[in-house]
Design a protein around this ligand. Structure first.
Ligand code: AMP
Length: 360
């Protein structure tokens, strides 16, 4: 495949959620056709894409069809089987970001070990295979520890605090006795996020730092620019650049950070895809994260990542979507709804971007 891809080329997207939906919309605006591979009928992304292949991610015939009909393939969530990406890559398909970034991000131990190896600090952690490992972790890391499944957790699911050895057994069974990670508390004063992009030629664009606010492990809102961003910027930039370059990354990456009282930054995790903490860019930037991702994977020059205004992004979870008339009546608010039929509790149904002060 030769890059840059011209408008008219076909982009395959593994995953059919809201991130795939906003990617497909950005792709369409640049003249590309998106094909969604998803096991979900009427998925949010399918409703705006040119084509959908309805199949499980590891179905060989579906992957082969994607391979023969698309010029480049990407993914919109990190729990697609790495083997699926491997199969596409083996068939000569350009998959961006690649299998390596996907594999590392799927396993919390791999992810933190990789970060530490390239000079990026994280909380102290240890691997948990069996109950005794939790007791050992409490002894070495101190109390409490946050126990998380190694793989497959998202939005605070698969996480439980262990405050004393007597809680270990219940916590482990709550996680289904699956392989886990025990993490020391991050003791953060706030959470920050940075969206980074790297093009096929190695060019890097970083968006301004965002402050993210979680409740029960789920992102509720972000505010951008982060307060006192200038102080945190050099280290955030170093972390982002080192992740993007050491993975030889192509595309947009979401990077979540903890800021400690002394101002030190720790990497929480990175997502090899567009990210909820970057939704503010849809209305805060000249080129948003979705267009940026499409540009990067298609071998286009990256667009400017600077903010043109401050934005408060609010996630609408479950029933909160029913408040849409109130948001629709606010002149400074932009609405992004995902077209999901069922407003289950905690489900991300849409988000709104409230415009704030102008940037200088
Ligand atoms: P994660 O799924 O790992 O991103 O975790 C979701 C949220 O849980 C984070 O955004 C934090 O608010 C919180 N959290 C995760 N890891 C830790 C930790 N080691 N210490 C304290 N809070 C944490």
């Amino acid at each position: 495949m030769s890059f840059p891809l011209a408008p008219g080329a076909r982009i395959g997207i593994l995953g059919g959620g809201q991130l795939g939906r906003m990617l497909a919309m950005a792709a369409a605006r640049l003249g590309f056709d998106a094909t969604i591979l998803t096991p979900e009928r009427d998925a949010p992304a399918s409703r705006v894409a040119a084509r959908t292949i309805l199949a499980d991610y590891d179905e060989p015939a579906a992957l082969d069809e994607l391979a023969t009909t698309c010029d480049v393939v990407t993914f919109e969530f990190e729990n697609v089987p790495a083997a699926a990406v491997g199969r596409l890559t083996a068939r000569g398909v350009a998959v961006a970001p690649g299998e390596r970034a996907l594999e590392i991000s799927q396993d919390r131990i791999e992810e933190k070990s990789f970060a530490n190896a390239v000079g990026i600090p994280t909380v102290a952690f240890s691997a948990v295979e069996r109950l005794g490992d939790i007791e050992a972790a409490l002894a070495t890391l101190g109390t409490p520890v946050l126990l998380k499944t190694r793989r497959g957790g998202y939005d605070g699911k698969g996480q439980v605090w262990v405050r004393r050895p007597s809680e270990a057994k219940t916590a482990f069974s709550e996680l289904g006795e699956r392989p886990a990670i025990a993490e020391a508390p991050a003791d953060f004063r706030r959470e920050l996020a940075i969206i980074g992009a790297r093009g096929r030629d190695g060019e890097i664009a970083l968006y301004p730092l965002t402050e993210s606010h979680h409740e029960n492990g789920i992102l509720r809102r972000t505010t951008t620019p982060a307060r006192d961003a200038a102080k945190a910027w050099p280290e955030a930039e170093r972390i982002a650049v080192s992740l993007l370059t050491s993975l030889d990354y192509v595309g947009v990456m979401g990077i979540e950070l903890f800021e400690r009282d002394d101002g030190r930054l720790l990497l929480n995790e990175f997502a090899p895809r567009v990210h909820n903490t970057g939704h503010w860019t849809l209305d805060g930037c000249e080129v948003d994260q979705f267009e940026q991702h499409i540009r990067a994977i298609c071998g286009w020059p990256l667009g400017p990542a600077r903010a043109v205004r401050g934005v408060e992004m609010i996630n609408l979870l479950g029933d909160e979507i029913h408040a849409w008339p109130r948001y629709a009546a606010e002149p400074e608010t932009r609405l992004w709804f995902y077209g999901k039929a069922e407003a289950r509790p905690g489900r991300k149904m849409g988000h709104v971007n409230r415009m704030m002060r102008a940037q200088t």
